[in-house]
Design a protein around this ligand. Structure first.
Ligand code: LER
Ligand code: MN
Length: 272
């Protein structure tokens, strides 16, 4: 059965980012539990920060799971990406992600590679960039597997990457890997921009689907935009998807309203 999650960002530089809760993990966990979410997804500045949090205590106190951990702070804070033209920056990007994989794995949570994939450029042409991304997904996927978890790869819309922007491209990339430990993230906001049909895009992801960012067309809480969720729920049911639908949305008008609207929509879309 599909499970609910809500995002919490602890990254100062991402205060204006699409995360439901910001800064206060204890308050976010309390609100999430009270509203009935199954899990939280954490966007942290670094692996050490995850380790220094009272995460184990908060999860156990509130009966929550850790759905996933984001790696985007490597880009937001340090400007790192897996397709950087400079080998030492690519290596630093990999080490940053490896640290987050390790920290998340302590809670059974996979790490997400979104903005850290980077983009191709004049310095790193498309073929070369895809080769670099593939190499890193192989290494990091195997690493995640050795920690007992998986790695989540997220196609993004055209304004955030020029590598994989659709589920079909993402699924083809994953098909080309020898590791079986990488899954696709279907972010409904990016899909609303890039896919001809969101439900068809989910079917394109197929067996690779491992995580969903549950959000509306305008990147607000589900139900605050014009997304049609019935065909999305039908496609996920057809795939027997039993991962998380995790709210990655702007806190508009505020975090509490966004979280409550999300869980209300989650129940009507997936539980009725
Ligand atoms: C970025 O737009 C996004 O959707 C995040 O999940 C990736 O880090
Ligand atoms: Mn996302």
């Amino acid at each position: 059965m599909i499970k609910s999650a809500v995002t919490v960002s602890l990254v100062e530089q991402a205060r204006r980012g699409p995360f439901v809760f910001h800064d206060d993990l204890a308050a976010a966990a309390a609100h999430a539990a009270e509203m009935g979410f199954d899990a939280i997804e954490v966007f942290a500045p670094a692996a050490e920060c995850i380790r220094n949090l009272p995460l184990a205590e908060l999860l156990s106190q509130h009966g929550l799971q850790l759905a996933a951990v984001g790696t985007g702070a490597g880009m937001v804070i340090h400007g790192l990406s897996l397709c950087d033209a400079h080998a030492e920056k690519r290596a630093a990007a990999r080490e940053f992600i490896r640290g987050i994989i390790d920290a998340g794995a302590e809670f059974g949570a996979p790490a997400i590679i979104g903005s850290m994939q980077g983009r191709w450029s004049d310095d790193v042409p498309r073929e070369e960039a895809l080769k670099l991304l593939t190499e890193s997904l192989e290494i990091l996927g195997e690493h995640a597997s050795s920690c007992g978890t998986v790695l989540i790869y997220e196609p993004l819309n055209r304004y955030e990457t020029n590598l994989c922007t659709t589920m079909k491209q993402g699924a083809e990339l994953l098909d080309s890997l020898s590791t079986g430990a990488v899954r696709l993230l279907a972010d409904l906001f990016h899909m609303n921009i890039e896919e001809r049909s969101i439900a068809a895009g989910l079917r394109d992801a197929g067996r690779h689907l491992g995580h969903v960012h549950f959000v509306d067309s305008n990147r607000q809480a589900a139900g605050f935009g014009h997304m049609n969720y019935a065909p999305i729920a039908a496609a996920l049911q057809e795939l027997a998807y039993d991962g998380y639908a995790s709210a990655e949305a702007f806190p508009v008008p505020d975090s509490i309203t966004t979280a409550q609207q999300t869980i209300d929509s989650f129940r009507s879309v997936f539980r009725s």
